[in-house]
Ligand binder design. Structure first.
Ligand SMILES: *Cc1c(COP(=O)(O)O)cnc(C)c1O
Length: 398
């Protein structure tokens, strides 16, 4: 497969890097802990399907976590057989398809238990009884969704266990500050989780099949909290949960690089304004290149007059406002660069590198958000052993 058709802008996702990150996660966790790979927002903008296919046969992979029912259907419909868990609230109109497709739901609201059970009864026949798999979400300090780790929470679990139609597969919680140096809040969350899951096992006599609380930062910083599953999101893609976590415990390689092309080069005189509003005016003669990417592709307009692209191994500053589909850069120091050359927006060129973290920071977003917002207008190409094995075009969505 060749990628000559990709000229304007494209993202290259290195599946070997994803696999390597996965293996390094496995090395860092307990031998009996498995990984729930978090593929929400189309795999943090990297592409959920190719990544799911890449990891599907890994021994230590338990399954995939998504944020919405549609994301889960996309994976199931693409042939993924592994367990799928929706991490957030699921709206009742999706219950039927979720039950039929054996997708696990997160529950924390009293009314959903009966609603899911009712859907199972409605689908069941005398020959086959449908049962839904659920994970109970516990709020140990995130303050988002989840039952409280107190007597009322225990009543909820007891009620969930009383339904024949429901299989309580797991109990889980989410860490709010595992990516911060200060450990007190996370230690308290972990204690609440341990105490409450103990209460379920001791007072209700139920052996929870799958307990999980660690996100990427938890995997790196709190090995004592591995439990049965860890939920690996950002680190799977080789990105860091924050700059406060250890960079040694789980070696990572970023999987995504982003390229665009120079389509026009000109010399400008001193005093020449560039782009909308003329927010940049040259203070000397310079060489300016026009590059075919813009905020319509998810390259943040906030990077106007702030970020760089790599051309010929040189950091070239962005001049003036980033437009919807184009931007201008100063290539005066990038000698030899010509029209038709590719530039690197994220990734390496020679000794230089621009990371998702750097652009996340400069744009006032952060790496997670920047990755998620890389637009669907950017084609994705997937490489393995330096060969392109799969691609996803803008037109594939229509
Ligand atoms: C998104 C999410 C994760 C993954 O977080 P990372 O920081 O990317 O590892 C894990 N658990 C829940 C509940 C989430 O919503």
């Amino acid at each position: 497969m060749n990628i000559d058709e990709y000229q304007r802008v494209f993202a290259k996702i290195n599946l070997d890097a994803v696999k390597e990150n996965f293996k390094n996660i496995v090395k860092a966790i307990n031998p009996d802990t498995r990984v729930l790979a978090v593929l929400k927002t189309d795999g943090y903008g990297h592409g959920a399907i190719p990544i799911a296919r890449e990891l599907e046969n890994e021994d230590k992979l338990y399954g995939y976590a998504l944020a919405t029912s549609d994301e889960a259907f996309i994976l199931r419909n693409s042939g993924i057989k592994k367990p799928l868990l929706i991490l957030g609230y699921t709206f009742p109109n999706a219950y039927e398809e979720l039950i039929l497709k054996d997708i696990s739901l997160t529950v924390f609201r009293e009314d959903t238990l009966e609603q899911i059970a009712e859907e199972c009864r409605r689908l069941s026949t005398t020959q086959y009884k449908y049962r839904a798999k659920i994970h109970i979400k516990l709020d140990t300090g995130m303050g988002r969704i989840g039952i409280m780790p107190d007597d009322s929470g225990l009543e909820f679990v007891k009620k969930a266990l009383s339904y024949d139609e429901l299989i309580v597969e797991g109990v889980f919680s989410h860490l709010a500050k595992a990516d911060e140096k200060e450990r007190t809040a996370t230690d308290l969350q972990l204690k609440k989780f341990a105490d409450f899951t103990d209460r379920i096992e001791n007072e209700l006599g139920y052996n929870i099949p799958l307990k999980h609380i660690s996100n990427s930062a938890g995997i790196i910083e709190y090995p004592e909290a591995n439990y049965d599953l860890v939920r690996a999101g950002i680190i799977l893609y080789g990105l860091w949960p924050s700059d406060e976590v250890s960079k040694e415990r789980v070696p990572l390689r970023s999987a995504l690089s982003l390229y665009s092309q120079i389509v026009y080069i000109k010399e400008i005189e001193r005093g020449t304004p560039i782009s909308y509003g003329g927010t940049f005016v040259s203070d000397k003669k310079m060489t300016v290149a026009t590059v075919t990417v813009g905020y319509g592709d998810g390259y943040p307009r906030m990077l106007s007059n702030k970020a760089y692209v790599l051309a010929g191994g040189v950091r070239c500053p962005i001049l003036g406002r980033i437009c919807m589909d184009q931007l201008m850069v100063d290539v005066t120091d990038a000698t030899g660069v010509k029209e038709g050359d590719f530039v690197t927006l994220i990734g390496k060129d020679g000794t230089q590198e621009i990371t998702m973290e750097e652009l996340g920071e400069l744009s006032g977003r952060f790496n997670y958000e920047l990755a998620c917002e890389l637009g669907k207008r950017i084609p994705r190409v997937y490489s393995k052993n330096n060969e392109i094995i799969y691609k996803k075009d803008y037109s594939d969505d229509f």
